[in-house]
Structure formats: structure tokens, C-alpha cells
Design a protein. Structure first.
Ligand code: PMV
Length: 333
């Protein structure tokens, strides 16, 4: 079986060909899956059991700058503050440098994120996507988007979708080495689409997605059913996108998220990412819908709730959820 570093080596140009600049920088948006990725066919290479489809969050994401540092060790600055070398962020970057075969010494990585980390708002996705693009810029590797998507995937699966704005599909691929498992953007634009994030906790998640996926696949009786459902949901979602049928779009995304969480609840021991506030927000959304406001929820591996709605309902949504953070995936500028 291929290892991650062997895959990275196959993609990266020879170190002698690299044209390192003074600095490299990149922005990558956070992405929220509408049709979720939950389960790996290869754990080491982060190869998924099914395709998945996401929407990127416009200006919400991660801006990363890489450059030389006088300090002999890797320095990671997160939102203007030095990250502790023992922190998961610092350790995660160090591991990623090693898998890319890069020397982390004398490197400084500046990360600015405008989304909360580790609470199910896909911070690792935009983090790894921004990092690989900034490294590509810094070292002048000249990699294309597909190669960057594969390398981002090696950091965190869903990161391979954060290379683009808009709707993005990640192909599961068939190959064992994962060279055909990458994302690509869809052409559909949906100017009125809004994604709201309601933060219900600032704490780190009790169980990471990696372990939770493993536990679900190994023990949930619903897993087979889930992976078959994803294929149907994906087909129906693409049809809804083509027709810009918001009711179908929202219902498919919502039921896909409910099915993913049901599969986790069926695991042994059960995995429940929701807290009391999560449940309360979801009930409020169902109530709003009964009152005639078309809005739907989705939830990832964390307690925060994302709300899908159309621009015309913004005031109404803001009145109910006063602290909501709203992304406009298709707004330019
Ligand atoms: O890429 P990971 O390991 O953070 O897993 C992401 C899993 C979900 O966010 C729950 C679903 C998805 O497709 O993003």
C-alpha cells in the first residue's frame, strides 16, 4: 500500500527545481458539505467511500502566509498569537511538513482564520487548503488545482474541496493510490444563497472526525444504508441545483445530515455531536419552516448548526438568531 509521503513525493517537483520566493500566501474558503463525506475506503490516504458535495463560504476561511524565520524551529502564529508547539495546530502542521518531505526549521507560518476552530466549522479543511497553496506559492512549485486538491486531501479529507469557491464535488475515485480522488468545481451559481453559522459551543469536539468515522464504519448497522443513500442524495441534489429548486436543495441537504448523524448515533458507543443548544436551534428552524420561512439546517462533526436560506429571508433569520455569522457563497468582492 502507498504511504502518504510516497504520494506527496510523486506530485511534488524535485527540490532542486523549486524557486523559493521570500514569502508565499494564499486564502482558502471554509466549505460546508451538503452531501456529506463520512467514512473512508482507505484511512491512511483519506480516500472516501462515497463522493461528496459542498458549498464554499466566500470570505469565511483561512489566509496563510509562509516565509523564512530566524528562529531555528517552526513558528506558527495563529490569529496574531504564537501557537504553543504542543498544540494540535502546531503539531498538525509539523506532521504535514514531514509528509511533504519539507524541513520545518526556520519556517514561519502565519494563519489568520475568521471562523471558529475545531467546532465543526471546517477549520481544518480551509487550513490545509490555504497551507498547501501558500507553500506552492512560496516554493514556486507551479502545481495545478487538481494536484493541490490531492495534497490538501492528505492533510484532511474535506480540505480537497476548499480549493474553490461555489459548489464543489469530491470524486471518491477508484485507484488505490488515490490519484483520481480529488475535487472539482461545479458551474452552478446561486447568487441568493446564504449559509448562516450558529455557534452553539466554543469547545473542541469530544471526538475527532477521524476516530468517529472509524467507529461508525466498524459498528453502525446503518452504515451500508448510509453509503447507498449518499449516491441517491447526490443525484437528487445535482438535479435540484440545476433547477435552483431551493425546497428540494434544502430538504436533501437536511435529510443527508440527519442520516449521517443517525448513523453515528447507531455506533457503539454512540457518537452524539449535538448539545442542548444544537437541538434547540434545529427545532427553531423546523418551526420557522412551519411559519412559512424556507430554511434548512445541516450539521457536521461538531455541535454548531449551519442554516441554508435565501437572501430575502435574511432579516427574519437574523431576528431569530441574533449572533448568526452569515456567508454569501456567490457574492463577489
Ligand atoms: O475532513 P474531515 O476529516 O474533517 O471530515 C469531515 C467530515 C464532515 O465535515 C462531517 C463531512 C464533510 O463532508 O465535510
Amino acid at each position: 500500500m502507498k504511504t502518504k509521503d510516497a504520494i506527496a513525493k510523486a506530485i511534488l517537483p524535485d527540490a532542486n527545481q523549486a524557486q523559493t520566493q521570500a514569502k508565499g500566501s494564499a486564502f482558502a474558503p471554509s466549505n460546508i458539505a451538503l452531501i456529506k463525506y463520512w467514512g473512508k475506503r482507505n484511512e491512511t490516504l483519506h480516500l472516501p467511500v462515497t463522493n461528496s458535495l459542498s458549498v464554499s463560504l466566500g470570505h469565511l476561511g483561512c489566509h496563510t502566509v509562509c516565509g523564512h524565520s530566524d528562529s531555528p524551529e517552526l513558528q506558527v502564529i495563529h490569529n496574531k498569537a504564537p501557537a504553543d508547539p504542543s498544540s494540535p495546530l502546531h503539531q498538525g502542521i509539523l506532521k504535514y511538513f514531514h509528509l511533504l518531505g519539507l524541513n520545518p526549521n526556520h519556517c514561519q507560518i502565519n494563519i489568520d482564520m475568521n471562523i471558529p476552530m475545531a467546532a465543526g466549522v471546517a477549520s481544518s479543511a480551509c487550513g490545509f487548503a490555504a497551507l498547501i497553496c501558500a507553500l506552492n506559492d512560496w516554493h514556486g512549485w507551479g502545481l495545478n488545482q487538481r494536484e493541490l486538491s490531492i495534497l490538501a486531501r492528505l492533510g484532511s479529507g474535506s480540505a480537497c474541496r476548499s480549493l474553490w469557491q461555489g459548489f464543489v464535488e469530491w470524486e471518491r475515485g477508484e485507484r488505490e493510490d488515490g490519484m483520481d480522488s480529488y475535487a472539482s468545481p461545479l458551474t452552478t451559481q446561486w447568487d441568493d444563497l446564504c449559509v448562516g453559522i450558529v455557534q452553539t459551543s466554543t469547545e473542541s469536539k469530544p471526538i475527532g472526525s477521524r476516530e468517529a468515522m472509524r467507529q461508525t464504519m466498524a459498528t453502525s448497522k446503518l452504515y451500508q444504508q448510509w453509503s447507498a443513500q449518499v449516491i441517491k442524495d447526490l443525484t437528487n441534489m445535482k438535479a435540484a441545483l440545476q433547477k435552483k429548486d431551493f425546497e428540494a436543495f434544502g430538504s436533501i441537504a437536511e435529510s443527508n445530515a440527519i442520516a449521517m448523524h443517525a448513523t453515528m448515533l447507531d455506533a457503539t458507543p454512540p457518537i452524539d455531536y449535538s448539545n442542548e443548544l444544537t437541538k434547540c436551534v434545529k427545532e427553531q428552524i423546523l418551526q420557522l419552516r412551519q411559519d412559512g420561512v424556507l430554511c434548512y439546517f445541516t450539521q457536521d462533526a461538531g455541535p454548531n448548526v449551519k442554516i441554508l436560506f435565501l437572501k430575502k429571508d435574511t432579516t427574519h433569520i437574523e431576528q431569530i438568531f441574533s449572533k448568526i455569522l452569515i456567508a454569501h457563497p456567490f457574492k463577489s468582492g
